[in-house]
Every structure is written in C-alpha cells, then in structure tokens.
Ligand binder design. Structure first.
Ligand code: AMP
Length: 445
C-alpha cells in the first residue's frame, strides 16, 4: 500500500480565538474560588439565580444601552429562524453580562409583589467580541450579585451599597488577594446625569478636535464615556473637564456621604476616583471598581459594579432600585496564580497539587486488589491514583513521584499479609504499615 492511498491528514481543530479550555490542573482553583464565594454570599443572605446564556437582543439594547461599546460592537447576535410562517424571526444575543438577565427575571417572576428585598447571586460565562489578550477573553466567567427591591424594602439605602462593598472586601481577603484597591465614585441620579451630560458636552466642544477619534464620537453620542478614555495623550485634557462629583444633587451627595460613612465604620479603605463612570448606561449614584497590582498588567480591573435605580423601569418593570457587581473570575484566578508564583519564588516551595498516594501493583495479578485498596482509601477521603501491574517498577516510581506524595507497593506478599510498603517522596523514608494505619500515614504531610 503506497502513501498516496492514505486519506490526507486533516488539520487538528482548535478552540475558537478568545475561548479556552480550563484543564484539571487549573479547575481546583476555580472550584475553590466559587465555593468560597458561595459560602460567603450565603452568610450575607444571597440566593443563587441561573438565567439563560442567551436572551432577546432587545434586553441588552434597552438594559445596557445602545451607545455602549458592549452593545454597539461586542455582542454575539444572530437572527433565529421563525418557528411559524406567521412569526417574525427573533434576534437573539449571547449574554455579554448578567445584570440585565437577572433584572428581567426579577420582573418576569414578579418578585416585587412580595415587597421584600431580593439578594441574588450568579456564577457563569459571559460573551463579548473583544480583542483577546491576557485577562480579556471572548468567553469569560463572572461571579456577580444583585440587591434589588421596591423602595419600601430599603433597596435605595446607602447601607446596601456599603454592605456590598464590605462583602467584596471580605471575599478578596478570604481568597487571599493582596493589595486590592477600591475605587469609588458617585455618578448621581439619572436626572443629575442629564444635567452633567449637557455641561460636559459644552465643555468638550472647544477641545473636541484635539481628542482621539473615539472621544470625538463620544462627545456627541455619550459624553460621559469620554471620562473612560485610556488614550495617554487625551488624559491631560480630560483632567480639565468638569467633575461629576461637583454636579450631583444634594440628595445624591448625602447618599454618597452615607455610603462612605458606613465604609469608614467597617474600616474598608477606598480611593475616590472622580472619573470612574463605568461603561454601562444603567448606572446611577454609587459606582465602583476593585483593582489589583499583581498579575493583570493593563487589564487591572478585577471587578466592577454600581447602583442601577432605573434599570427595572427601563426593562418595563416596576420601580425597583438596586445595586450589584460582577467579578471577572478569569482575572481573579490570574491574580491568585501570579501571587502563588510570587510566593513560590520567595519561599522556594513548589506550588504542587499532589495526590495523597499512588498505588503500584507489582504484577497484573494484583490489579484487582489495588483497585479494592484504592476504593477503601478514597472512601476515607484520600486522593488516590492506581497504576497497573504491567508497568516496570521504575516507571511506577517515576509516575508516582510526579503525581503523589506517597507510593504504596502492592505485591503478592502485601496482598497476603495486609502489610504495605509505603515510600514518602519528600523524606525518602520507606516503612511497612498495616492496612488499618494507611489512612493516618497518607493524610500526614
Ligand atoms: P463589566 O461587566 O464590564 O463591568 O465587567 C466586570 C468585570 O468583568 C471586569 O472588571 C473584568 O474583571 C471582567 N471582564 C469584563 N470583560 C472581560 C473580558 N472580555 N474577559 C475577561 N474578563 C472580563
């Protein structure tokens, strides 16, 4: 048979640009982060909500805002086929964020009828067609929460803002994130923003032509977004623009002062950032971001959020002020991994995630006994891998050393005497132990 008869080799398929696989050496950290968050949210009275990953495009157009980068450039949108000839095809979108979906669900399930404050959290993937780079993906995960309810439930209270911020500070501390900084601002009420937008539009006219192309467009469509600009040459000019903090109403000012007083009482440090307006149209009053110094480079925003008092009404629901946040889980993980590497460099310790033991049957005849022993040890909550009796002893030792802290040798003698030879790799020590003492030995470091 000649080579020319073989089918041509097919190129191997790869994950789509901006998406990635989370492999078994990474998922334990993801699970740890999610479990820590779930436990903490439960202590603050939050319940989990899971909304669909796709929704009607109109939800995001109305909820997030047509003029935002997310809606105007970054959504994965498609036209769904009509189910019946009489139906119009529906335009659908992979969710670029989860707040709009949660508020839609709040309205759809008539949560407002109970009159109670709702505390909801979610963990899940979001989708944005952004230019992929470190810390910025097209499918990424967010851990977020929303506090929403009718005004009579206290949903507008500055206490809720401070509670959310204090909870986030606690979460980052519990996860061991170092050097986080809370950036805080108030963008005022929707009414304040209408006035401020006009002031900003007027102030932008004389300097408009000196700004980047994006800002020239924003100066007309959404002047507030100019404050978000990251182009270095624009910064000195943007710093001369009127500050939103000087243009908010007395009510909004008092609300912000009360948020700050509660944060001070809880000893949560923050940094006032008058330019923090955030990209989404629905924000009112308190806006915030947490940034970090390790591991993220230019994408240093770990999470963001704010108050959205008018969002429910924008989506056709009752008046239901609220506040929420979304943590970039991918970025949280990158930060923790960078910190672990930093720690390993300074302490010289390997950040290994090893199994407790590797069981090496010495011949294929011991395979069943090896599996039975593994079953018993796993039931004792130990992490165990089983080799194969056909492997050479040297190969078993090499594999065991890369995977586990101990190797258990299982030959004919051991199977008969119930006395096992165990080697601890860290110390090089080798002992014979009775079966009943194995869990205690293996659980030790
Ligand atoms: P936003 O929904 O834009 O307020 O984003 C909230 C957080 O989600 C940000 O602070 C980031 O940590 C994270 N995030 C936003 N976009 C991306 C992305 N494309 N890739 C990874 N994380 C993202």
């Amino acid at each position: 048979m000649t080579d020319s008869k073989k089918a041509p080799a097919r190129p191997a398929l790869k994950a789509v640009r901006g998406t990635r696989d989370l492999l078994p050496d990474q998922t334990p950290l993801w699970n740890h982060v999610e479990t820590t968050a779930r436990n903490l949210f439960a202590r603050y009275g939050f319940g989990e909500i899971r909304t669909p990953v796709f929704e009607a495009t109109e939800l995001f157009a109305r909820g997030v805002g047509e003029e935002t980068d997310i809606v105007s450039k970054e959504m994965f949108t498609w036209e769904d086929r009509a189910r019946a000839a009489s139906e119009k095809p529906q335009t659908l979108t992979l969710r670029p964020e989860n707040t709009a979906g949660v508020v839609r669900a709040y309205i759809e399930h008539q949560f407002a009828n109970s009159g109670a404050l709702q505390k909801l959290y979610y963990i899940g993937p979001q989708f944005r067609r952004e230019r992929p780079q470190r810390g910025r993906y097209r499918q990424f995960w967010q851990i977020g929460a929303e506090v929403i309810g009718p005004p009579s439930s206290g949903s507008e209270s500055p206490l809720r803002d401070a509670e959310i911020l204090e909870m986030l500070a606690t979460l980052l501390d519990e996860l061991g994130i170092r050097g986080w900084q809370l950036e805080l601002n108030s963008v005022g009420s929707a009414q304040d923003r209408v006035h401020y937008n006009e002031t900003l539009r007027a102030a932008l006219q004389p300097i408009r032509s000196q700004l980047c192309a994006d800002c020239q467009r924003r100066a007309d469509t959404n002047p507030l977004r100019v404050l978000d600009c990251k182009v270095p040459e624009d910064q000195p000019l943007i710093d001369t623009l009127p500050r939103i903090a000087d243009h908010i109403s007395a009510d909004s000012r008092a609300h912000f002062d009360a948020v700050r007083a509660a944060l001070d009482a809880c000893k949560v440090p923050y940094h006032l950032n008058p330019r923090l307006v955030r990209g989404l149209d629905y924000y009112t009053r308190t806006t915030f971001e947490f940034t970090v110094t390790t591991g993220l480079g230019t994408q240093n925003a770990l999470l963001g959020g704010g108050r959205y008092d008018g969002l429910s009404e924008m989506l056709g629901g009752p008046r239901a002020p609220g506040i929420g946040f979304a943590i970039g889980e991918d970025r949280l993980i990158l930060t923790l991994q960078a910190q672990q590497q930093e720690d390993a460099r300074t302490s010289g310790a390997a950040s290994a995630n090893l199994l407790d033991a590797y069981i090496a049957p010495l011949t294929p005849a011991q395979n069943p006994a090896a599996l039975a022993l593994a079953r018993e040890l796993r039931a004792a909550n130990l992490k165990i891998e089983v080799g194969d009796g056909s492997f050479k002893l040297r190969k078993s030792f090499e594999t065991a050393n890369s995977l586990a802290r101990h190797i258990i040798l299982l030959g004919e003698d051991e199977a008969g005497s119930e006395l096992y030879t165990v080697k601890t790799f860290a110390s090089g020590e080798q002992v014979k132990v009775p079966r009943a003492n194995l869990p205690e030995l293996l659980a030790g470091v």
